[in-house]
Design a protein around this ligand. Structure first.
Ligand SMILES: C[S@@+](CC[C@H](N)C(=O)[O-])C[C@H]1O[C@@H](n2cnc3c(N)ncnc32)[C@H](O)[C@@H]1O
Length: 274
């Protein structure tokens, strides 16, 4: 089969699973051939040798498996990160969380921060690349994220500046941190998610408890108790009011909420009283 014939077939196969079936068919073929997408347009009459191999990839995507797990990598901020099943695929909204943290690190000239729930390493790797003086201690409770984050940290030569620790929240991080950043699991147990998320991505990265914000509350409590000055977290679109009420019991200078690009409440910055 030629490139244009196989793409036509794949587009049909992906119609139910994907919003942009032709685009995804092209992405998968470009990945399969290890070429740029443009190559497909310039060589549409070229015959493909391993059509069966490509079809197997398309069948996986047609069953809703995320493209990033099939290709083993995800674009995030200004980098490509390795990902695999067992690790959350980093989301574009988390780039806003990074910008919020970056602003504080710059203003306060911070040197040591912590991340809770490192996943692929997306947040820590981007921050360490932005701030050459910064050291980060990043935790996760699961082994696969720690393994994958380790690979991404090595890929960018950041082993001396990002330390990984297996820990519940910051239980195993006694150091005096200046700030904690986290994109924790924050989805409510009974929330209905799309098949490509719930059937493939790790539950430990998605669900935060019955209401969803249980882990966020525990993070606020722990960071406050430890006397850490700043906490910056991503949260669910419906968690602003409960978090606002919850922080009334803490000594804080301020809490600021921010929205994502779709206009949904998506996170907060807390500055605790010194
Ligand atoms: C939503 S993912 C975020 C991953 C990555 N930071 C990102 O933004 O793409 C949440 C991560 O928190 C980890 N996690 C869940 N419960 C935890 C806990 N109690 N302590 C530490 N990490 C936890 C999960 O394993 C998962 O890797």
């Amino acid at each position: 089969m030629t490139i244009s014939q196989v793409l036509k077939w794949a587009q049909k196969e992906l119609t139910e699973a994907c919003e942009r079936p032709l685009f995804e068919a092209e992405l998968l073929l470009a990945y399969h051939l290890q070429k740029e997408r443009l190559y497909l347009h310039l060589h549409c009459d070229e015959v493909i040798e391993d059509t069966e191999g490509y079809k197997r990839l398309v069948e996986r995507r047609a069953k809703h498996e995320p493209y990033e797990y099939i290709a083993g990598s995800a674009s995030f901020y200004d980098i490509e990160l390795e990902v695999e099943p067992g690790v959350l695929i980093p989301r574009p909204e988390t780039e806003i969380l990074i910008d919020k943290v970056a602003q504080i690190i710059e203003e306060e000239r911070m040197r040591l921060i912590g991340e809770i729930g490192v996943g692929s390493g997306a947040i820590s790797v981007v921050l360490a690349r932005k701030f050459p003086q910064l050291h980060i201690i990043a935790t996760d409770i699961c082994d696969t994220p720690l393994k994958v984050a380790g690979r991404n940290i090595r890929k960018f030569g950041l082993e001396d500046r990002i330390e990984l620790r297996k820990s519940n929240l910051i239980d195993e991080v006694p150091e005096a941190l200046e700030l904690v950043v986290s994109n924790p699991p924050y989805i409510a147990e009974d929330f209905i998610l799309e098949s490509n998320v719930v059937d493939y991505e790790p539950k430990e990265a998605l669900f935060g408890g019955k209401a969803g914000d249980e882990l966020l509350r525990q993070i606020i409590t722990d960071v406050s108790r430890r006397g850490i000055r700043y906490l910056v977290c991503e949260m669910g679109y419906d968690q602003k009011a409960p978090i606002e009420t919850f922080v009334k019991d803490f000594e804080i200078e301020f809490i600021e909420f921010y929205q994502d690009l779709a206009g949904f409440d998506r996170g907060f910055v807390i500055k605790f009283k010194g």
